[in-house]
Design a protein around this ligand. Structure first.
Ligand code: SF4
Length: 370
């Protein structure tokens, strides 16, 4: 499909030669993500997407290496663990997705659809810190036809009920879209599936290549938003709030169902003013026609003991509060529980933010608070 070629930023002049530090924020002066190092599985080059990415990498002069498995990248440059981590976040691995059994993705969808793993963002609280463990590099998969075939199997199994697929469980796919074009493929695949629905969430604004995709209303695009305090202190190397909202307006005007995820909701000195301001600026910035059918999802901040250790090593100066004495322990399904806010605080956050949502968006739906 030659139109995918449009997604590949082949023009060298768009490449930002200055590595983005972990404190930088992507802004309009920066182009979309450009890796500093790329690995290819040899068989990925048998696929058109793998070939196109290789052509782009070669034209852009980005160093690349070959690897036998996208799961075993062991020779990353960097002197210390921290340095290797930062380099890994700028390293792209192009491979084949072999596991086509999808994980569940409650509460936002039935299944997670795997098109990428890892992210170039540096959000301190991100659960990928622990779930990706020693593999924080960014993997993209080129065998989209096989992935979509597997999705079709899940859809047929549940028909005539709708089956929802979440494409952002292990990555931020919009951040990678200019390189892969995979979201557009998924959107157009799902448009033709009577009982298939796609959803994804992003902190990036690279949506232009999705605006004329044939979506048939089957894809819901959500933007992750937060108070100025949270974005400033905990979300380096992501798009600014204003860029996310501008992208949300474009998505709404392109006829996609639109939503916002407020996550993680954080209790800090001044949180009421912060979240009240978030909702009022959202209402002020969003075009009027964007409010129809709007959904909100709310997720309070949580962490595991393992995450706390990893985060403190990787972002030693973080202001993220992770004091287990101030939290409530919530048992998890797979053994390891999480620390969330005590009920009184969680209820205060939920009620206050819900009221602000309905004050500004009376017709919106709140899908869940967790
Ligand atoms: S943008 Fe999303 S996936 Fe990427 S680091 Fe931030 S929270 Fe994690």
């Amino acid at each position: 499909m030659c139109k995918l070629g449009l997604f590949i930023p082949v023009q060298r002049r768009f490449i930002n030669p200055v590595p983005v530090s972990t404190t930088d924020r992507t802004d309009s002066l920066h182009s979309s993500f450009v890796p500093e190092l790329v690995y290819f599985e040899p068989s990925a080059l048998d696929y058109p997407k793998g070939k196109r990415i290789m052509e782009w990498v070669a034209a852009a002069g980005i160093p690349y290496r070959m690897t036998n498995s996208h799961n075993r990248i062991t020779n990353l440059p960097g002197e210390s663990e921290l340095e290797q981590y930062k380099i890994a976040k700028r390293t792209l691995v192009v491979g084949i997705r072999k596991t086509l059994k999808f994980d569940q993705s409650k509460p936002s969808a039935e299944y997670a659809i795997p098109i990428a793993t890892g992210c170039m963002g540096h959000c301190h609280y991100c659960y990928l810190q622990t779930t990706l463990g020693s593999k924080p590099y960014i993997r993209v998969y080129v065998n989209m036809d096989e992935i979509m075939q597997a999705a079709k199997g899940y859809i047929d199994e549940r028909a005539p009920q709708n089956t929802r697929f979440e494409a952002a469980c292990t990555s931020d796919p919009v951040g990678l879209e200019p390189i892969t074009g995979s979201l557009r493929e998924l959107i157009e695949f799902m448009a033709d599936e009577e009982y298939g629905r796609l959803r994804f969430v992003t902190k990036f604004h690279y949506v232009d290549s999705l605006l004329d995709a044939r979506h048939n209303g089957h894809t819901r695009v959500r933007f992750s938003v937060n108070s100025k305090y949270v974005i400033k202190h905990f979300e380096p190397a992501t798009s600014r709030f204003e860029q996310r909202i501008e992208a949300a307006g474009k998505i709404a005007r392109a006829g996609y169902p639109l939503g916002f995820i407020i996550a993680p909701i954080i209790w800090y000195e001044g949180w009421q003013e912060g979240y009240a301001e978030l909702l009022s600026s959202l209402a002020a910035a969003l075009p009027k026609d964007a409010s129809a059918g709007l959904t909100f999802e709310m997720i309070q901040h949580r962490f595991t003991k393992t995450a706390k250790n990893v985060i403190e090593r990787r972002y030693p100066k973080t202001k993220l509060e992770m004091d287990i004495d101030k939290r409530k322990y919530k048992w998890g399904r797979w053994g390891q529980g999480k620390y969330v806010y005590p009920d009184e605080q969680a209820n205060a956050l939920r009620m206050f933010i819900s009221e602000r949502i309905f004050e500004h968006f009376p017709d919106a739906t709140i899908d869940y608070f967790t």
